[in-house]
Design a protein around this ligand. Sequence first.
Ligand code: NAD
Length: 250
Amino acid sequence: MSADHTAVVTGGASGIGREICRAFGEVGVNVVVADVREEPYEDVPSVADLFESLDGEVVHVQTDVTDEETVDSMFESAVQRFGHVDILVNNAGIARFGSVTETSTEDWHAELAVNLTGVFYCCKHGVPLLTRNEHSAIVNISSLYGIRGGVGNFGYSVTKGGVAAATKQLAADFAADGLRTNAVVPGFIDTRMFHEDTPDGTEQYAVRHTPQNRLGDPVEVARVVRFLASDNASFVNGQILPVDGGFTVI
Ligand code: NAD
């Protein structure tokens, strides 16, 4: 990973995605923020404002990852602006909670569309660009519920498990083309999604069951994403790495 590299970060406007954009900008990587919204959910500076004091350049391309045409044209804009795409971070995601009998058909399709079909569209249109380079990387954002069970998380678990499976499949199919694919499994991270899209009591549960006894900061996830995308992880491929304060070991 070097200063002339370009990263596409889906869902990059808020939360974990915003910190991933910042982490790339800190080392001079140019970033395409592919998000349906431009402003963060939180009352914090936008990615464009952050980049005023960073080395990389940033462009926001309004993108709905569930819409294949906008994904395709987002990658075209990325190439027009920066010439190449070296890194893809599939971070856009939504969470709806409920067991299978509690999940509405509408919520099921919404989670499937953003969390899984969005990854499919971004890889389908991104991989041909990534593999033009000698070295490139995809980092997917899965979830604890994608690698283990969780009460009342049917749609979210199934889709995030699919993201983990997609990671291994991509790693096997494109390693020979210089493309490494890995996934990060964030634990309980202090973002809007964690506070607004989880049932009451989740924060107490999360802190109690995390050996480090706290929520994770989005920055702590972003640094691991940057590592996996970098040449420091040049022989890491197809791995699903928890960043969870030890939640998965107890
Ligand atoms: P968030 O809700 O704060 O941010 C999600 C971002 O994705 C938003 O900017 C939103 O606009 C964007 N987005 C949503 N739908 C989109 C679409 N159709 N097209 C493009 N962009 C879209 O959430 P977050 O906590 O930052 O989560 C980021 C990722 O991390 C998600 O994939 C989430 O499932 C995963 N994750 C989060 C946690 C956590 O505790 N916060 C834990 C595990 C995994």
